[in-house]
Design a protein around this ligand. Structure first.
Ligand SMILES: *[C@@H]1O[C@H](CO)[C@@H](O)[C@H](O)[C@H]1NC(C)=O
Ligand SMILES: *[C@@H]1O[C@H](CO)[C@@H](O)[C@H](O)[C@H]1NC(C)=O
Ligand SMILES: *[C@@H]1O[C@H](CO)[C@@H](O)[C@H](O)[C@H]1NC(C)=O
Length: 657
């Protein structure tokens, strides 16, 4: 169990499902004044529940179910007025001293105390206390069961085939899934906006999944009869998947994963027109065809690999096709080179754990030293996330053409032995996120932050306007901005756009790529990707530079927080409370106000209202001049355009300063 004593600004603590040794509740539970949420489900806690914990003044939720607390629960008399839910389900509590002043949710189900003294109280029965139905109640229907694929329609308790799916909310503004009011509001908005009626919507099983997204099962019923017709299903599915349906604002943006509807026969049920039937057929047909092609491709690719392994080792560019035919010879690379797998394996000490500097769904990143002494970061694709040979080739061609001092450059690649690796320059000072967190001992003063904003903006402006073809980054965030020896910004991880075939779900979708908290809401809704989506994410990064907070912090969205706090007439634009304490005492916050304004323009809802990256670059350069930065002037002269491919010019410039 870590000791968090002294972490006085911690407000959300989740240590669920840990592997710590069984222990008593640590004393720091009760001493961190800012704690609002304590979650430690299945956390191996035992002994007596510390009473002092409940009097932390900002405490809202205590979720300590599935532990082994025993003895008496006594919450004391000075309970936080914010406290809404206390869950001790499945512990070994044998006695309770109830506190009459606490009137909110308390769950004691599955504790010995519920076998004795309290057996009939609301605290011991989930039904009464917590699960007020999320949705129109079906308990009035009695114990009635429906055949497979059918469900009870709340309106009339008849069985029918619902159109169902899962709503996934990526950033809801609440954590308490026991608050039925919220889900009842969601239900109402569903039946109103989807042209249904009360009793035709059923919501079930809201929960936070492993990605911390809220997911809710949704069932929609035809108003009469057993089935929807095709036109109705198409319409509803359309409204949900093209985001025409807007949930209540507390739920935030969502995606909908619909299930296939079990139409009574293959030719269209309930009076639908042939054309809609045909559309469904064609859509599914296309999806299957593409999946088929992908499978054939994978098979062919594997066969080919096997057959040509030996040859490939001596001729790495011999064939990049994935369908058995040579599709264009060696990649056209500019300044990047080919590495053998063995060379990369050696220089990372056989991809040892000690050399691992990052990891993600794509695979791992290793630090390595090449034979000539250059330190590099090597990104090795995991087996499941590899692209076809041709896509890989296209990607490295693209990346190798991009050279800018504010972009992490590609040193080379490796494509052999069934492996795909990208070799990047190594950027020593880690991510901007780590520096803002103070993790690597770096403190960024205000002027340095301005330079980092300016540098990353230059890199992005270059991608948007000077790269050929232009590149939209898609995943700007503070962990994708790296800092070099002089703490100059270098943007990483661009050019990784992909069409994702979701074979499991039986459909092909252009997955919205990006990271929670940085996602452009307009891109989210229209799936139309533009440069302005990067501008939005960049605006969020600017807010991080100001506040050092994560974009989503305990369910609070930084954009919203800043917008609410902003006040032109106050010191620091009203942001004194939420700005990073590190810069609060900087004597000279040059351009602070303007930076706040620019950041807020970047996160405008409508893409057209956001500035272009290049406009931002110009603004930053003016500010840096004003701040009288020593080498900031040189930066401004070496703007995006001059950097492009003109290494000589840049060198001369460097010499001059
Ligand atoms: C509670 O659990 C602890 C640790 O398992 C044990 O030492 C203690 O005797 C228990 N107390 C009661 C009242 O059961
Ligand atoms: C439940 O949500 C509603 C609507 O947002 C809110 O007004 C209410 O205070 C919440 N109740 C609890 C117990 O949190
Ligand atoms: C969304 O889908 C519905 C139903 O298919 C359609 O009527 C509507 O025009 C679509 N809206 C947009 C913005 O595509």
């Amino acid at each position: 169990m870590p000791d968090l004593t002294g972490m006085n600004s911690l407000n959300y603590l989740d240590l669920s499902n840990n592997t710590f040794d069984a222990s008593e509740a640590p004393t720091w539970f009760s001493t961190i004044p800012s704690l609002a949420v304590i979650v430690m489900e299945s956390g191996g806690l035992q002994g007596k529940i510390p009473q002092a914990m409940f009097s932390l003044s900002g405490l809202e939720q205590v979720l300590l179910n599935n532990n082994a607390f025993n003895d008496t629960l006594d919450m004391g008399n000075s309970i936080s007025s914010q406290l809404q839910i206390v869950n001790f389900q499945n512990n070994s509590i044998s006695k309770v001293t109830l506190t009459p002043s606490y009137k909110e949710t308390l769950i004691l189900v599955d504790n010995p105390v519920c076998n004795g003294q309290l057996a009939n109280t609301i605290y011991c029965s989930l039904q009464q206390q917590t699960i007020t139905p999320y949705s129109t109640n079906i308990s009035q229907c009695g114990p009635k069961a429906c055949p497979q694929d059918q469900s009870l329609r709340p309106k009339d308790c008849d069985c029918a085939y619902p159109y169902q799916g899962i709503l996934v909310f990526r950033a809801p503004f609440f954590r308490d899934v026991t608050n039925a009011t919220l889900f009842q509001q969601l239900e109402t908005s569903l039946w109103t906006k989807l042209d249904l009626a009360p009793g035709l919507v059923y919501l079930d099983n809201p929960s936070f999944n492993n990605d911390n997204y809220l997911q809710v099962t949704l069932k929609l019923f035809p108003s009469t009869g057993m089935y929807f017709d095709r036109a109705e299903v198409l319409k509803i599915a359309g409204y949900l998947s093209n985001q025409t349906f807007k949930p209540p604002p507390v739920f935030g943006p969502y995606i909908f994963i619909g299930s296939l509807y079990p139409f009574p026969d293959g030719n269209g049920g309930g009076g639908s027109s042939m054309s809609t039937g045909a559309i469904v057929g064609i859509t599914i047909g296309c999806a299957l065809l593409i999946i088929g092609l992908v499978l054939v491709g994978i098979y062919a690719f594997k066969q080919k690999k096997r057959a040509e392994k030996a040859m490939e080792l001596s001729k790495p560019f011999a064939s990049w096709g994935s369908t058995g035919k040579d599709m264009g010879g060696a990649p056209q690379l500019k300044g990047s080179r080919w590495f053998s797998f063995d060379e990369l394996r050696t220089c990372t000490n056989n991809f040892s754990e000690a050399n691992e500097i990052g990891s993600g769904g794509f695979g791992n990143v290793y630090r390595g030293m090449l034979l000539d002494g250059q330190v590099v970061a090597i990104k090795r694709s995991a087996q499941g996330s590899m692209q076809g040979g041709l896509e890989f080739k296209t990607e490295i061609e693209l990346l190798s053409r991009v050279h800018h001092k504010n972009l992490v450059s590609l040193v080379g690649f490796c494509f052999e032995q069934g492996e795909q690796l990208l070799v990047y320059e190594f950027v020593p000072n880690g991510t901007l996120r780590d520096s803002l967190r103070g993790k690597n001992g770096i403190q960024l003063d205000w002027k340095r932050r301005l330079r980092i904003a300016a540098g990353s903006a230059r890199g992005l402006a270059y991608l948007h306007e000077l790269a050929n073809p232009p590149i939209i980054h898609r995943d700007i965030k503070s962990t994708n901005i790296l800092l070099d020896e002089q703490l100059n910004a270098k943007v990483a991880d661009f050019g990784l756009s992909k069409l994702v075939a979701d074979a499991q779900k039986g459909h092909v979708s252009t997955q919205v790529k990006g990271t929670l908290g940085y996602l452009d809401p307009e891109y989210y809704m229209t799936q139309q990707l533009t440069e302005k989506s990067d501008v939005y994410s960049f605006g969020v990064v600017m807010l991080e530079l100001i506040t050092a907070k994560q974009p989503i912090d305990k369910g609070k969205y930084i954009v919203r927080e800043v917008r609410m706090a902003m006040d032109e007439n106050e010191e620091c634009y009203g942001l004194k409370q939420i700005m990073d304490p590190v810069i609060q005492n900087n004597p000279n916050l040059t351009g602070f106000k303007r930076i706040v304004e620019l950041a807020m323009q970047c996160v405008e809802e409508t893409a057209a209202d956001r500035p272009a990256m290049n406009d931002l670059v110009k603004e930053f350069e003016l500010m840096l001049q004003d701040s009288g930065g020593s080498n900031s002037n040189s930066n401004s002269a070496a703007s995006s355009a001059t950097d492009f491919g003109k290494r000589k010019a840049l060198l001369m410039f460097t010499v001059k300063q």
